[in-house]
Design a protein around this ligand. Structure first.
Ligand SMILES: Nc1nc2c(c(=O)[nH]1)N[C@H]1C(S)=C(S)[C@@H](COP(=O)(O)OP(=O)(O)OC[C@H]3O[C@@H](n4cnc5c(=O)[nH]c(N)nc54)[C@H](O)[C@@H]3O)O[C@H]1N2
Ligand SMILES: Nc1nc2c(c(=O)[nH]1)N[C@H]1C(S)=C(S)[C@@H](COP(=O)(O)OP(=O)(O)OC[C@H]3O[C@@H](n4cnc5c(=O)[nH]c(N)nc54)[C@H](O)[C@@H]3O)O[C@H]1N2
Ligand code: SF4
Ligand SMILES: [Mo]
Length: 809
């Protein structure tokens, strides 16, 4: 890559990201680094003559989904373009333009670290020493070992690790693991240990389930055209929903119509702001519930709450609606006014000390939120990815509830924005005969001490306790075996012991940190090398599906997942049940025929293949979460036990009474503020005085695309630190610093910037773990610093709750 090109790509990148995807959407800028013929670099013949244009897709887990148009000559992808159908209005048929990552897809397909052949481990686990074997040897080893493990320990000893690398596919779908071809295979072979929850939303899914019943719905971001105010708590679509079909585009298009004010509450000044916000209110990580409590205090004292809404639709706001059996003064109003158990009034003074937000601003913010209606109040998933995240997510939803913004146009539930999805048919994966499940975050414990894990202490479901430890792991399209899971040094220690987990099978396209820990490494085809349908995007009032056709032949000896799992099924004696006599295209045609029954507007298979993308407007217009409940709560109750919004949850009171929790963990029937563990006031802060939060970074989708050099150069991995924290440490912008705590150390350069609150530092998650010979990571990979301690209710990952120290190297 020449210096000149690098300069251009960086500039172009800044344009597109500063505008949060808008430039891409509005101007259709094609990134220059998508144009250089790369084939020369990989030793394949190049021709400037364009033979074919093939529709493909980017199927990674970024919350968006984009079509790619591959220009293929001489069997090699020459360059990549994106959607050229539809228009620029966010009317449900608009262009779904890919971000800079998808446009660099070619650099992932032709990356030098592509896995080429099946390999088996020869060195110690994690050392990364492998020997090439044939596919026949690989299948033999897998089937022999899997049979042994099933007969020795039973199917509950087999675990499908979380993996989202290609969750947007149909045949290649990697998430949830229970909906993958691996699950279908294992379900034909006696089943596997299930998991519940995910690294994205464990705490909010568990928390808001008790408020609204099930997964909390949100209004479509297109509905912001009806809002007067937008309040975003830790929600950064400018980086996390970057597609032209994604939320960042909706947010800006809708605000142009409504001219809604936008307030961003985040410890970082995010790209979603980037000059388009009306105000940024920096907040200490993990303290949103304290802010909300004080906002409630002001609203209650100034008579600004929507009392009629609270009376009719909610349980537990005040004495009147407190469920029978709850203690006196166990209601929300008592908690806020200091008449509850703790006797503390949640005044702006009280909250200012906790959150770092000035008293005066808390008071005016309360008035502004209560008096500007309708208000779209939403939270991203950053605030809940904390040790107290279940309480935080419920607390933020309280703002929408107190102000009666739930179930109306221009309002929202306080959850993340919602979206329309087509009822497209997915691959059937059959029934798992094993009913036991663990939280997705506790699998390392299940390897180390499985039989001591119980329902009441560890959140085991389906059984009182686990009977066997995990002995075999399938790791398909995931990097959570190492890179994306907390406390890497601990994981390394557990995985190195081959007597604990006895077999690790990794199916990936690249030599990732997780791949290095495989016993058996199977090279997968990328999306460009096979036929599939791609869907599942957060896209407001548009539903769409992409025909992701095969652009090039499988590289090296790579095989598709369906080929691999079909062959394993045959060798396990369940081939017919697994394939039902279909090959990959046969399945796709079958699923498509069924989808056409559910979505009559879908064209025939071959027309779809030509047109590449099928879009459909949400027939509802703008989706409004809980609209039916709002118009008639008796006829359309929620799925909570009371059928209403549960501010006080009797179910949670019961769980709190029965579960065994370590010190510092709190489960509470009310959405109270509790600091959790590893917070700003923790005694541990004497040694590690800085709060470290992670964030999802535009340079990558988690770790995926993390091996693309032009992306790394365009958005460098850096730790954000405020000048007030940098100066006394002698740290200047660009200096290499060490970041450490009791769990590990990483080194990376510092970005000294007022875009982060003093006392807080931030690191984009997903950098490729790269330890030196002393075990110090040199890539800025945040999970050497994060903790394996699960959150109280969800038993989820508190990835953003970390205390660290930083020094100049
Ligand atoms: N500290 C910290 N840790 C976090 C987070 C955080 O915020 N902070 N976020 C968490 C969240 S929300 C999530 S969702 C997880 C995500 O964690 P993962 O699901 O592990 O996501 P990726 O890191 O993108 O890893 C995807 C893997 O799939 C592979 N892959 C991509 N395409 C293909 C394909 O076509 N076939 C195959 N076989 N493999 C493919 C990639 O090479 C990569 O190894 O990370 C979690 N980890
Ligand atoms: N480019 C890109 N896009 C992605 C991904 C990616 O890796 N890269 N990952 C995708 C996936 S799987 C997921 S789950 C989503 C993740 O989406 P989110 O979970 O919403 O993303 P985060 O960046 O972790 O957090 C959002 C914001 O919350 C802030 N934050 C952290 N702690 C707190 C807090 O205590 N209070 C407040 N108010 N704010 C806080 C962070 O600074 C950040 O700006 O993104 C998806 N989109
Ligand atoms: S990373 Fe996400 S936004 Fe970017 S091209 Fe891929 S699907 Fe689209
Ligand atoms: Mo996620």
């Amino acid at each position: 890559m020449s210096h000149h090109q690098d300069g251009i790509s960086r500039r172009t990148f800044l344009t597109t990201t500063t505008l949060g995807g808008l430039a891409l959407a509005a101007g259709g800028i094609s990134l220059p680094f998508g144009i250089t013929p790369l084939a020369a670099a990989v030793g394949e013949s190049v021709s400037t003559h364009q033979d074919r244009k093939v529709w493909s897709a980017c199927t990674v887990n970024c919350g968006s989904r984009c079509p790619l148009r591959m220009h293929v000559a001489d069997g090699v992808i020459q360059y990549v373009e994106t959607d050229n159908t539809g228009d620029d209005n966010y009317d449900g048929l608009h262009q779904v333009r890919a971000c800079l990552r998808g446009r660099s897809m070619r650099r992932r397909v032709y990356n030098p670290d592509r896995l080429k052949y099946p390999m088996k481990r020869v060195g110690k686990r994690g050392e990364g020493k492998f020997e090439r074997i044939s596919w026949d040897e690989a299948y033999d080893m897998l089937v022999r070992e899997m049979r042994r493990i099933i007969s020795q320990y039973g199917n509950e000893a087999i675990y499908l690790n979380y993996g989202t690398g290609t969750l947007g596919g149909t045949m290649t779908r990697s998430w949830p693991p229970g909906k993958t071809l691996i699950a279908r295979l294992m379900n034909c072979c006696g089943g596997y240990l299930n998991h519940y929850g995910d690294y994205s939303t464990a705490q909010i899914a568990a928390g808001l389930n008790y408020t609204y019943g099930g997964w909390a719905d949100g209004n479509s971001p297109s509905d912001i055209e009806n809002s007067k105010l937008v309040v975003l708590f830790g929600n950064n679509p400018g980086e996390t929903r970057m597609s032209g079909g994604g939320v960042t585009y909706y947010l800006e298009q809708a605000r142009q119509k409504s001219n809604a004010r936008m307030i961003i509450i985040d410890p970082r000044y995010t790209d979603t702001g980037a000059g388009r916000e009306d105000e940024w209110i920096p907040i200490r990580p993990g303290t949103d519930a304290a802010l909300v409590a004080a906002l409630a205090w002001v609203m209650i004292n100034e008579n600004l709450v929507d009392q009629a809404f609270l009376d009719r639709y909610c349980v537990g706001y005040d004495e009147k609606t407190l469920p029978a059996g709850a203690p006196a003064n166990a209601h929300y109003k008592a908690y806020i006014l200091g008449q509850g158990d703790d006797g503390v009034a949640k005044t702006p003074d009280w909250a200012a000390r906790i959150t770092g937000i000035p008293v005066a601003r808390i008071v005016t913010l309360a008035r502004e939120i209560a008096q500007t209606k309708p208000a779209f109040i939403a939270q991203g998933w950053g605030p809940q990815r904390h040790s107290n995240g279940e309480l935080t997510s419920r607390a933020i939803a309280m703002l929408s509830i107190l102000t009666g913004n739930v179930g109306i146009n221009g309002g929202n539930s306080g959850a993340r924005e919602g979206s329309y999805a087509l009822p497209f048919e997915r691959m059937p994966t059959l029934q798992n005969p094993v009913e036991t499940s663990i939280s997705m975050f506790t699998w390392t414990d299940a390897i180390e001490r499985g039989p001591s894990m119980t329902a009441l202490a560890d959140g085991v479901r389906g059984k009182d306790k686990l009977d066997v430890p995990i002995k075999m792991i399938w790791n398909y399209a995931g990097n959570c075996l190492v890179n994306q899971h907390s406390e890497i040094n601990r994981t390394h220690h557990i995985l190195q012991d081959e007597t604990k987990c006895e077999l690790i099978v990794v199916i990936d396209c690249h030599m990732t940190a997780s791949a290095r820990y495989a016993d058996l490494l199977l090279p997968d085809c990328t999306a460009s090398e096979q036929m599939d349908f791609a869907l599942d995007a957060s896209c407001g009032n548009m539903g769409y599906v992409i025909f992701a056709d095969q652009a090039i032949k499988p590289r090296f000896e790579c095989k598709t997942l369906y080929e691999m799992t079909s062959e394993i099924a045959h060798r396990m004696g369940v081939g017919e049940q697994f394939t039902e006599g279909r090959d990959q295209e046969g399945w796709l045609r079958h699923l498509y025929a069924r989808s056409r029954q559910a979505i009559p507007a879908l064209p025939d298979f071959d027309t779809f293949r030509q047109q590449g993308i099928f879009k459909q407007r949400d027939p509802e217009g703008h989706h409004v979460a809980y609209q039916a409940f709002r118009s008639d709560p008796a006829a359309s109750p929620l799925t909570t036990p009371s059928g209403k919004i549960e501010i006080y949850s009797a179910q949670l009171a019961d769980i709190a009474a029965r579960w065994t929790l370590p010190d510092g963990d709190l489960i509470d029937p009310l959405p109270v503020y509790s600091p959790g563990f590893e917070h700003n006031d923790d005694p541990l802060s004497a040694r590690y005085p800085l709060q470290l939060t992670g964030f999802h970074f535009k340079a990558r989708t988690h770790s995926t695309y993390g091996n693309v050099e032009v992306l790394k150069a365009a958005c460098r991995q850096e730790v954000w630190i405020n000048p007030l924290d940098a100066r006394p440490r002698g740290i200047a912008n660009g200096d290499t610093v060490r970041i450490w705590n009791g769990r590990g150390e990483t080194r990376i350069s510092a970005k000294v910037t007022p875009r982060i609150l003093p006392g807080v530092v931030a690191l984009g998650e997903g950098a490729w773990y790269d330890p030196d010979d002393k075990g110090i990571d040199r890539a800025g990979s945040i999970n050497v610093l994060t903790s394996q301690r699960p959150s109280p209710l969800a038993k989820g990952n508190p990835s953003h709750s970390n205390l660290v120290q930083i020094a100049k190297v």
